[in-house]
Design a protein around this ligand. Structure first.
Ligand code: NAI
Length: 477
């Protein structure tokens, strides 16, 4: 059993419930179970310290236990203040994984958890990180930068210089740590073998760092595995968007006018599910290719400003900022629903809602609030603008997360196996296509699919190997 200082969760009593749901999830996660069977006996992650910053859900629990079975020494936190499933977190602690996560953390608590998950009992950091959105990676990079500045001219980060609440928390942790150990982040970086990143937004952050030459360790982009972004982002959101909307508001979707902002992988899944529920769906896009795709699916492509006064529900899916501003929300119908399913909460101008004088907030229930404008009409905002499928429901279902997380396992194995080979530099890599195909293959049987076997002369005719990969690198699926 873990020492009490080695975890912080809501309630240990929920562990049995967590275990029962983990047992059910395992049956729906054939990729992860196959990884346990294939790699469990040889323990290829033995000796590896793995830190995870990824929604502490039941599905993530199955990932954690898979990595454990492969030999990893783990510590975990969530990558969102609302996404933890407390029973899953409890089951992790009972299973022996130091876990720092509960549903409804404050921002200070969130960053405290991230920091605790990054710090092993001996004070040292991880070898590997499983990141989702890049917050663990960000903390290390900010800490490293601050230590350099401190060493150069004695300067110490000043949290009061930013009005970004998250950055304030990050800088506070780093400032307070500098006093006791001014080389902490540097030695963490020295130890780090690499990170595997789960989501589009985290990958954007990594690529930016690599481009400016500031990335401090190798990274594998798991998001762009086909069996991740073309499944989790699309079909996962197709499932969990309506789930989140309905659990939060129980609103009738049929007949409603719904605007989906962003028609990338996530937006496509969202729009499809709203259409299937009988809604009239509109799409806002900046990319002409995605806009044309939306037209071809029968969706009206419109600008937020032109239609906002008529829509019943708006869902942002862009991974970009400032998609829906406070003054636009003020123009919406009474009790129109506002939600975001993109990674961060800056798609919707929550800051604007908070600071505009005369706007009142009434909590309806956890993660559902009505913001009332001075004239008395209001909008219903889900999960304070944070991802509503994890805040208001339980995120994606196990089966699709099995695809994503099997890729995570492959990435972790690859980074650890190549840790001394020099194969990976401080850059962002994707896994080879054969592994992608393997992940898909592992999920077919469960669905009763019978794959056709390419005959040798057919393989030769189309110029591929009988065993794959079956498509050229640039194929878009
Ligand atoms: P993507 O890049 O495929 O799609 C985003 C789309 O938004 C692009 O087509 C882009 O042109 C469009 N866009 C950008 N700025 C816009 C603007 N101002 N107005 C309208 N459209 C705009 O990215 P993907 O994979 O769809 O991910 C979107 C976000 O969702 C990311 O933050 C990602 O991390 C997150 N995500 C969330 C999940 C969840 O469970 N909630 C699951 C997977 C991803």
């Amino acid at each position: 059993t873990l020492a009490e200082s080695e975890y912080k969760i809501r309630d240990l009593q929920e562990a049995d419930f967590g275990r029962r749901e983990l047992d059910i999830a395992e049956i729906e996660m054939p990729g992860l179970m196959a990884a346990r069977e294939e790699f469990g006996p040889s323990k290829p992650l033995k000796g590896a310290r793995v830190m995870g910053s990824l929604h502490m859900t039941v599905q993530t629990g199955v990932l954690i236990e898979t990595l454990r079975e492969l030999g990893a020494d783990l510590r975990w936190c969530s990558c969102n203040i609302y996404s933890t499933q407390d029973h899953a977190a409890a089951a992790m602690v009972v299973g022996g994984t130091p876990t720092f996560a509960w549903k409804g953390e404050t921002l200070e608590e969130y960053w405290w958890c991230t920091n605790r998950a990054l710090t092993w009992e001996d004070g040292e950091g991880p070898d590997l990180i499983v990141d989702d959105g890049g917050d663990a990676t960000l903390l290390i990079h900010e800490g490293f930068k601050a230590e350099h500045a401190f060493e150069k001219d004695g300067s110490v980060p000043d949290p009061s210089t930013t009005d970004n609440e998250e950055l304030k928390c990050v800088l506070t942790i780093i400032r307070d740590g500098l006093k006791t150990n001014p080389k902490r982040w540097r030695s963490m970086v020295e130890r780090m073998v690499g990170v595997s990143e789960e989501t589009t937004t985290g990958v954007h952050r990594l690529i930016e760092r690599a481009r400016e030459g500031s990335l401090l360790f190798p990274a594998i982009n798991v998001n762009d595995c086909v069996t991740k972004s073309k499944f989790d982002n699309v079909y996962g959101c197709r499932h969990s968007l309506p789930d989140g909307l309905m659990r939060a508001t129980d609103v009738m979707l049929a007949g409603k006018s719904i605007l989906i902002a962003g028609y990338g992988d996530v937006g496509k899944g969202c729009a499809q599910s709203m259409k299937a529920a009988g809604a009239r769906v509109m799409v806002a896009e900046v990319d002409p290719i995605c806009a044309l795709q939306a037209c071809m699916e029968g969706f009206q492509v419109a600008r937020v400003d032109d239609v906002i006064q008529d829509v019943d529900i708006i869902v942002t899916t862009t991974g970009n900022k400032d998609i829906l501003m406070a003054d636009q929300m003020a123009k919406m119908k009474n009790n129109a629903i506002v939600g975001n399913i993109g990674h961060f909460d800056n798609e919707i101008d929550m800051a604007g809602l908070y600071k505009t004088p005369g706007i009142k907030k009434v909590d309806i229930k956890p993660q559902v609030a009505r913001y009332i404008f001075p004239d008395g009409h209001g909008v219903i905002v889900l999960a304070e603008g944070r991802l509503l499928n994890l805040g208001c429901a339980t995120g994606h279902p196990s089966f699709v997360m099995s695809c994503s997380f099997t890729n995570q396992v492959m990435a972790q194995l690859e980074l650890w196996a190549e840790r001394n080979s020099g194969k990976y530099e401080n850059n962002v890599y994707v896994l080879p296509k054969v592994l992608d195909e393997k992940v898909a293959r592992l999920h077919l049987e469960k669905l009763g699919a019978k794959l056709t076997q390419l005959r040798p002369e057919q393989a030769q005719y189309i110029g591929v190997s009988e065993k794959g990969p079956y498509k050229p690198e640039g194929y878009r699926y």
